[in-house]
Design a protein around this ligand. Structure first.
Ligand code: S3P
Length: 177
């Protein structure tokens, strides 16, 4: 297993915010799979979904994970909310490093993503129902894909980062035994 920290979880679970804080505290570099894909494709995630479809986007995610596995270590990697759902990706994530699942409730997602227009899967009407359905389907898959689940509701970014760093230190110590 490599020594990166990978953050997985639903849209709005705080992967980027927590990831940046972790990278700052650990002096790791930070990357975000959505941002890397947008950079490579030279367009937004919404445009990729609209022009080429979700399946094409999922292929890009898998290819990117494979690339990250070849790359340097000591990174904090924030992932797109759907990336760990493919079985193959879940396996790749665990090879990349410590995979942390940021758990979030529907109400928090609703609050955080109010007015957001960048998530094609939550676009249009009945957003609450969409979140509910997707969460119910995905939660067990996130649990399987991660080494450790971390609850995030009602915790500060610093508290979440501290909990993850604690787990990371234990993992590193264990690896070196
Ligand atoms: C998606 C989550 C998004 C982005 C895309 C699909 C998903 O990333 O990858 O819109 O399937 O949950 P965030 O989790 O960073 O919002």
């Amino acid at each position: 297993m490599k020594n990166n920290i990978i953050l997985i979880g639903f849209m709005g679970s705080g992967k980027s915010t927590v990831g940046l804080e972790l990278a700052r505290q650990l002096d790791f570099s930070f990357c975000d799979t959505d941002a890397l894909i947008e950079e490579k494709e030279q367009t937004s995630i919404s445009n990729i979904f609209a022009a080429k479809g979700e399946e094409y986007f999922r292929e890009l995610e898998t290819a990117l994970l494979q690339e990250l596995l070849e790359g340097r270590e000591q990174r904090v990697i924030a992932t797109g909310g759907g990336l760990p759902l493919r079985e193959k990706n879940a396996a790749l994530l665990k090879e990349l490093g410590l995979a942390i699942y940021l758990k979030v409730t529907k109400d928090t997602v609703l609050k955080r993503l109010e007015g957001d227009t960048t998530r094609p899967l939550l676009a249009g009407e009945q957003v609450e129902e969409k979140i509910e359905k997707l969460l119910a389907y995905r939660e067990p898959l996130y649990e399987i894909a991660a080494h450790i689940p971390v609850r995030t509701d009602e915790k500060s970014v610093e508290e979440i980062a501290e909990e993850i760093i604690h787990n990371y230190a234990i993992m590193e110590k264990h690896k070196n035994k």
